[in-house]
Write a protein that binds this ligand. Structure first.
Ligand code: UDX
Length: 446
């Protein structure tokens, strides 16, 4: 009998995981406590912008014409428990209000709702990013509260998907990490991931704490890489060096590697910032805070970039934002996403607005979320409209659409041809040829 899978929590991670599991051939039931989300998913609609996800859903959601019918949705835990052999927990773990630590309330609520319905053998697999030690605690919770007792097993299987590439990363993971306590759990997970394993994905079997740590360690490393190059950008600015050339040159050393060395306004989003903070908080609880004090510096280098972008813009428009119009291209924390959580672009736009400029934002997909988060900023329906009358144009999220803009056409709309590239992604020569003053972070001003 083929395994049946439930996915608890249908946000970014869960909706993608559920659709991917159906794509791999399993019957899947997705559960969420928000009925509106479930209604949308049942219609084959995705509550966020993620390339390829809607097509994949529609391919499998039961009731949609031509679909495989392998993917259904519910809000009912009893139904989910009766349906699944394996339950993936994919709920979010945001930063706690007013502190660094991770808010485990959604994870805890999911386990509390599921456990009493587990009457037979079941494997519960945590995918959420959690503080190390959570899996051991949750395994004990399951053993105590599931009627199946020790037959309700736990495994931890961190997720490494990137927004914008979520479908691809889930179907073709570069590694699969499973924290298990027994052979049965490992065997079941090998069965779930048989297709990517056959494609050659490495399978790393660990204990619980290591599996939990792999995720936070990976994100800490990525954050460190970005802050490292941003620190180099600060030095380049002071020394009149070029951080782009520097990154290229060090990137040829394959011990260093060229990826994740793009200097700019830094990292944001729902993962890296809160994950490094939660990691520091957890290390503190464990008495290992010294080991991670460097992450404080990583965080502060990153947050400093936003202020430096504002300063660079203020200086470029003549020392004060009063009476100035500023166009901000980009609102999402990265391209190919509509996610504006902790977005450097919006943060910079907000700061400039507070300093008295009239700020107009345009983003290809992030407008609805941006408006909700920063209702007092101005918004335009296109890049050209945002730039109309602007004394400065700030490029803060590196969408392809912005690289393909014609600087000559845009120049007609602007009051002053001044562009500040906060992502080092535009072609300076193209802009300069069209009469623009081009400035970027960590690069010579010439
Ligand atoms: C990240 C991890 O990559 C992923 O493995 C994990 O599961 C979740 O967190 P994500 O938040 O989707 O994924 O974005 P990512 O592509 O890692 O980018 C994070 C941020 O870093 C973005 O704001 C991006 O603009 C910024 N970034 C990235 C840089 O500033 N410079 C770079 O060179 C690379």
């Amino acid at each position: 009998m083929a395994l049946k899978i439930t996915v608890i929590g249908t946000g970014y991670l869960g909706a993608t995981h559920a659709a991917a599991m159906a794509e791999l051939g399993f019957d899947v039931l997705g559960l969420d406590v928000v009925p509106e989300k479930i209604e949308m998913l049942r219609r084959g609609e995705v509550p966020m912008y993620e390339p390829g996800l809607e097509d994949l859903l529609r391919k499998h959601v039961a009731g949609i014409e031509g679909s495989t019918g392998r993917l259904g949705f519910t809000t009912d835990y009893a139904e989910a428990a009766a349906f699944g052999d394996i339950h993936f927990v994919c709920v979010n773990t945001p930063q706690k209000q007013g502190e660094y630590a991770c808010d485990m309330s959604y994870v805890d609520a999911a386990f509390a709702a599921l456990a009493p319905h587990l009457t037979g053998p079941a494997l519960v697999v945590g995918k959420s990013t959690v503080p190390v030690g959570s899996a051991a605690r949750l395994a004990a919770y399951l053993a105590a509260h599931a009627p199946a007792g020790a037959d309700a097993e736990l495994a931890w299987n961190p997720e490494f998907l990137r927004e914008g590439f979520a479908v691809q990363d889930t179907l073709h993971p570069d590694r699969i990490v499973v924290g298990v306590r027994g052979e049965r759990a490992e065997k079941l997970l090998r069965e779930v991931y048989a297709t990517p394993l056959a494609d050659g994905a490495p399978f790393v079997v660990t204990d619980f704490p290591t599996a939990e740590l792999v995720k936070t360690a990976a994100n800490s490393f990525l954050a460190t890489k970005i802050s490292f190059i941003n620190a180099m950008a600060e030095v380049c600015e002071a020394a009149d060096g070029d951080v782009l050339k520097l990154a290229e040159a060090i990137g040829y050393d394959d011990r260093i590697g060229a990826k994740f060395l793009r200097a700019g306004v830094g990292f944001g989003g729902g993962c890296l910032p809160k994950d490094i903070r939660a990691f520091m908080a957890r290390a503190g609880e464990l008495g290992a805070d010294q080991a991670l004090t460097f992450l404080r510096e990583i965080d502060s280098i990153n947050m400093r970039r936003r202020g430096q972008m504002v300063e660079m813009a203020r200086e470029a428009v003549g020392g004060s934002f009063l009476g100035k119009r500023v166009a901000v291209l980009g609102a999402a924390f990265k391209p190919d996403s509509d996610d504006v959580r902790d977005s450097p672009a919006l943060n910079v736009a907000g700061q400039i607005h507070l300093q008295g400029a009239q700020v107009t934002v345009y983003d290809p997909k992030g407008m609805t979320n941006a408006r909700r988060l920063f209702p007092t900023l101005g918004y335009a329906d296109s890049a050209t409209e945002a730039v109309r009358g602007a004394h400065a144009v700030l490029h803060l999220t590196e969408w392809r659409e912005f690289r393909e803009l014609d600087p000559a056409v845009l120049g007609e709309a602007a009051t002053t041809r001044l562009v500040l590239d906060g992502r080092n992604a535009l072609d300076p020569e193209r802009w300069r040829r069209a009469g623009w003053t081009y400035r970027a972070m960590g690069r010579p001003t010439a």
